[in-house]
Design a protein around this ligand. Structure first.
Ligand SMILES: N[C@@H](CCC(=O)N[C@@H](CS)C(=O)NCC(=O)O)C(=O)O
Length: 253
């Protein structure tokens, strides 16, 4: 199966972490290709046959077609992966409610990304760490290239960033707190993709990084404002990662 399936992602991407978690949960084997922001976009667009619109990672190339959204990838894994003792990430009849939790997660991730982009815009040291090694030692040229690259990325996500907010993020975390407190520590009463999505969302508050995934400094900076309000949710995040993250000794490729 691995020859036919290719997973394109960038390890610290929380969207990539969500998709990979589902693929690994179901024992899907795949070839991993690391994506390089900016530089890799033309290649990805051509390979996926997507001429127009925004192209994002993660992407999964399958014998059934190309999936360009983490939620679609997770559902594909749910249908095509190994049985996993019948414990499904998308139990029958729960797709709609899990989709709402995935949307809540995206509200958090979009707010987090807007903050990361702002930090990168104003700090060339942080930007340098994000550049591929081959472009990382060219002095002022590296800084110019990284500044061009991150202006491109900032404008790509401009609308989503403007629509994101601390209020939406707080609302998502308030709902999470209520759900886990009334359902035995899991959003829907037992482990599902809703927990993967919201654990990854909580991870934006104070990123775990290694051993779960490698992340550059800018992605590891905690959000103090959120942490002050929702530090209790970090215990939930820790438990979900610790007990359910597949292949704990193996980092995200
Ligand atoms: N809805 C998409 C969003 C994915 C997304 O926003 N990916 C971003 C953040 S990791 C990305 O591709 N960034 C790299 C780039 O734009 O070049 C999903 O869940 O897969």
């Amino acid at each position: 199966m691995s020859d036919e399936i290719e997973f394109v992602s960038l390890p610290p991407s929380p969207y990539g972490v969500k998709a990979k978690w589902a693929l690994d949960y179901y024992g899907v084997t795949y070839k991993f290709t690391k994506y390089t922001p900016g530089i890799g976009e033309r290649w990805l667009r051509r390979k996926a046959g997507k001429k127009d619109g925004i192209v994002t990672i993660p992407v999964l190339f399958t014998p059934d077609g190309v999936l360009m959204d983490s939620f679609d990838i997770a559902q594909w894994a749910d249908k095509h992966g190994k049985d996993n003792a019948g414990k499904k990430l998308f139990p029958d009849g729960q797709l709609q409610v899990i989709s709402k939790w995935n949307r809540a997660c995206d509200d958090v991730l979009e707010y987090g990304r807007a903050q990361i982009i702002n930090k990168l815009k104003s700090d060339k040291g942080l930007r340098r760490q994000m550049m591929p090694p081959v472009l990382n030692s060219l002095g002022p040229l590296t800084d110019w290239l990284s500044s061009m690259m991150y202006s491109g990325i900032a404008s790509k996500y401009d609308e989503l960033s403007k629509a994101s907010s601390f209020a939406k993020t707080s609302a998502a975390f308030e709902q999470l707190r209520e759900a886990i407190n009334s359902n035995n520590g899991y959003i829907l009463g037992s482990f599902t993709y809703a927990d993967i999505a919201m654990a990854v969302a909580c991870d934006r508050m104070e990123p775990l990084g290694s051993p779960y995934y490698e992340a550059p400094e800018v992605m590891r900076l905690p959000n103090i404002e959120l942490k002050e309000k929702f530090a209790d949710l970090l215990q939930y995040r820790d438990r979900i990662f610790k007990e359910h993250f597949p292949n704990q000794n193996k980092q995200t490729p």
